[in-house]
Design a protein around this ligand. Structure first.
Ligand code: FE2
Length: 595
């Protein structure tokens, strides 16, 4: 954490009053002032003891030991802040993510370690939070609120209780409650949800929200609970409705969900006051992070849609800091603020050349110049895949007493959508086993409890991936992150599942008994300990592996990782069986008469 301003006030004044020299001075740039909305040319920024001492002509504050960075022809802007994101989606550890993100101009994130919470509960949240404390950027935590996502339909690795939230809110750097996605629970006054929100409000922190759709009464009830924001808004009209009620709208641009184009119209078409708008990434994949950017990409998208660049930057700096009640220290370049600063050649590309965090230069001419030592997780974080047995092809057979053929409820995935549909298909039976049918693009899909060594397995059928051979598996399986396996060949399915058990989790493609591609994610089965180039190479190899198995889908392993999420309609797999999300109940795989 940074030292409070009052502890360094005298040293900062010494610089301004000619009694000491600055540690670092950035000279002659164009200042992006997000407080006034101005661009001011010919500005120097003098830094001392992690903070900004002076803005203006700082030539008298440069001593022999002062680092001078010439910003002639460049813009000097506040470091960018991402108000809501899940580090686990990037597949990097917090350290690896931070190193990749700071090169894109991100100097602060507000992470919700929801995925880790589903595997290791409060202990996992604490570890990620501790890792964030050592990261090269400011990593604030919003404590996960909805773990597990549902009751009685699946088995996660852990649960989060009101007491856990109360404890987590006491940790230095926890500044809010993570997205309260169980909005029906809040509206129906679920004791746990209300208790978590109450605990957060008592600490003076923000309960962050997740309200995709509902009546005006539902939205109002949600706000009356104390939740203050939402990052699930996908239309201009819904954004306006929320803003008019005082809700902060976090406009999201992630890898899969891209809402800027539509929601930003509240600014470009309706010229709405921007104080309650923020930009966030929510979930971005490694390729997006490395090739397109992090929150700088969202700012870029807002500018592309017609938002004035200074306003767009304000949506990812001052507004973010103000929402989390941290704007006394962060979010603008004014005297006394923490010296989180980015330099850019122009304000439309949002390509960042240099980054300072707490007055220290971390990125110079787009290159990271300071490495952070790896954070060491305890051994059991590398042993989180506990199936309890070695799997064989027989474990993936769907046995039946029916003869010849049978109608079954298959899960149909939709490309580029988190939604699924129920599809009734007739499948052949061979020796008492229901078989896949490639002519209908129907293959096997299994979900195995990987948390409790029960070996519990649910065998189902899926259509839409167009896999024609082999098998794939993943321990990234939102939200419970059980072991998902899918394929044409049961023996390849067993090889894939056993491989991930052996390496501690990740994603894998198997063909004819051989692993043809994999992304090991040994930290809780969710995150890699590799740095960016190595991880990106593995992800690209995995994509090629899926193509080799016959799938033409864009980012199929991401669609795959959502197939066990029993809160998005219509039909999902869990370790307990087939979940009808429209009724929140487990249903039979084999159709009854009414199917
Ligand atoms: Fe989220």
């Amino acid at each position: 954490m940074v030292k409070p301003l009052y502890k360094v006030s005298k040293q900062l004044m010494d610089v301004v009053q000619g009694k000491a020299y600055a540690d670092t001075v950035i000279t002659n740039g164009t200042l992006v002032n997000v407080v006034t909305g101005e661009l001011i040319e010919g500005i120097d920024v003098a830094m001392k003891d992690e903070r900004i001492a002076f803005i203006g002509d700082a030539s008298q504050m440069i001593g022999e030991a002062t680092l001078v960075v010439n910003a002639t022809g460049k813009y000097i802007a506040p470091g960018l802040m991402d108000g809501h994101m899940h580090v686990e989606s990037t597949m990097f550890s917090v350290t690896g993510f931070s190193e990749a993100a700071v090169k894109k101009g991100t100097t602060a994130v507000f992470m919700d370690p929801h995925e880790m919470a589903n595997v290791f509960g409060i202990e996992g949240v604490k570890r990620m939070h501790e890792e964030g404390r050592n990261a090269p950027i400011h990593v604030f935590t919003t404590f996960p609120s909805c773990v597990p996502a549902t009751d009685g339909l699946e088995d996660a690795g852990a649960k989060i209780s009101v007491e856990d939230v109360e404890e987590g809110l006491m940790w230095d750097g926890v500044v809010g409650l993570g997205e309260v996605m169980n909005y029906p629970g809040v509206i129906h006054r679920d004791e746990k949800m209300i208790g978590e929100i109450e605990a957060t409000l008592k600490q003076g922190y923000q309960p962050t929200g997740h309200f995709p759709e509902g009546t005006i009464e539902d939205l109002t009830s949600y706000l009356l609970s104390g939740v203050t924001s939402c990052h699930e808004t996908v239309t201009k009209e819904a954004a306006l409705e929320k803003l008019r009620f005082g809700m902060t709208v976090m406009i999201r641009e992630g890898s899969a969900w891209q809402d800027v184009k539509e929601v930003i119209k509240v600014i470009t078409e309706d010229q709405i006051e921007t104080d309650h708008l923020m930009l966030v990434t929510d979930d971005i994949y490694p390729e997006t992070l490395i090739n397109q950017g992090q929150i700088n990409h969202v700012v870029r998208r807002a500018i592309e849609e017609g938002v004035d660049p200074v306003t767009a930057i304000k949506l990812a700096t001052l507004n973010t800091a103000r929402y989390f009640k941290l704007d006394d220290d962060y979010g603008s370049l004014t005297p006394g603020k923490v010296a989180d600063i980015i330099l850019l050649d122009d304000l439309t590309s949002m390509d960042i050349t240099d980054v300072f965090v707490k007055g220290n230069q971390i990125v110079k001419e787009t290159q990271l110049i300071k490495e952070t030592p790896a954070f060491v997780y305890p051994k059991h974080y590398y042993q989180s895949v506990n199936v309890g047995k070695v799997l064989t092809a027989e474990d993936f057979y769907f046995n039946t007493t029916h003869q010849q053929s049978v109608n079954i409820n298959a899960i149909e995935v939709i490309e580029n959508s988190a939604r699924t549909k129920k599809k009734v298909v007739e499948l052949p039976i061979n020796n008492g086993i229901v078989e896949s049918d490639l002519s209908q693009d129907v293959i096997k899909l299994s979900c195995i409890d990987r948390h409790h060594k029960t070996g519990q397995i649910s065998n189902q059928f899926v259509t839409g991936f167009h896999i024609k051979r082999g098998a794939v598996a993943s321990t990234v399986a939102h939200d419970s992150h059980n072991l998902l396996v899918m394929g044409v060949s049961e023996s390849d399915m067993a090889v894939a599942a056993n491989y991930l058990s052996d390496i501690g989790g990740g994603m894998v493609c198997v063909l004819d008994g051989e692993v043809i591609a994999s992304v090991p994610l040994p930290i809780a089965g969710l995150m890699s300990d590799l740095k960016e180039a190595d991880l990106l190479r593995q992800v690209e190899g995995l994509k090629a592996g899926w193509v080799r198995l016959g799938s033409p889908l864009h980012a199929p392993f991401m669609t795959f990782s959502l197939i066990a999420l029993p809160v998005i309609p219509d039909i999902r797999i869990s370790n307990r069986g087939l979940v009808d999300v429209t009724t929140f109940s487990l249903i039979e795989t084999i159709c009854s008469e009414e199917c």
